[in-house]
Design a protein. Structure first.
Length: 201
């Protein structure tokens, strides 16, 4: 089973990743490029002129590179407390006896604190050298997310909860697909219905 990215499925207008990058700006307040970059990034993301991976790599380079692991994890912990969640998250029974996987394009360190220990959380991660941030280790998005799941966990999914057409690879191996739109859930009975919902031709 997969639960959707908690920030992007909460009905927020701005992507959780973009808010994260802007928050991370506090580590580079002396950079002349940082405030301009943040504003440009907002525009580019809204009109889909930048990719998810490029957004992360540029954000890391300008805001997080050189930060030590402890500072980074503290920032993640603080940020996770402010992530808005939807009705599914509030009502879902995480204690029931089944395997639950959270696969997110967001960085796993600020997603993981939202869930009980028994839940497996997989998300994008950073490359460290001597406990100092260097670069993006991998971007858990699209086909990369799919490959991680089938290689490490299972070749199929019982119930897939998603709010993004980028999860089309996971949708192909799901017995049931539930699309999250704010606090609403739409059930797809087939991958064909999933494609129709997201207008994937």
């Amino acid at each position: 089973m997969e639960i959707p990215r908690c920030g992007t499925c909460s009905g927020e207008r701005e992507p959780i990743l973009l808010k994260w990058v802007v928050l991370a700006f506090r580590f580079r307040p002396d950079s002349p490029l940082a405030p301009k970059f943040a504003r440009i990034l907002m525009i580019m993301t809204k009109i889909k002129l930048t990719s998810n991976k490029l957004l992360k790599k540029l954000g890391i380079y300008l805001f997080l590179k050189g930060i030590n692991r402890v500072e980074y994890l503290n920032l993640c912990k603080d940020y996770s407390k402010n992530i808005e969640t939807n009705a599914l998250y509030s009502e879902f029974n995480f204690s029931k006896n089944e395997k639950i996987y959270i696969l997110s394009a967001s960085f796993k360190h600020y997603i993981a604190p939202l869930f009980p220990k028994k839940v497996t959380v997989i998300g994008s991660d950073l490359k460290f050298k001597n406990d100092i941030i260097q670069d993006l280790l991998y971007n858990c998005f699209g086909v990369v997310k799919y490959n991680i799941f089938i290689e490490k966990f299972s070749p199929y999914i019982d119930i897939l909860y998603t709010d993004s057409k980028s999860d089309k690879y996971l949708a192909k191996i799901a017995s049931s697909i539930k699309i999250i739109n704010g606090d609403n859930i739409y059930t797809c009975n087939s991958f064909k219905e999933f494609k129709q919902y997201f207008k994937i031709w």
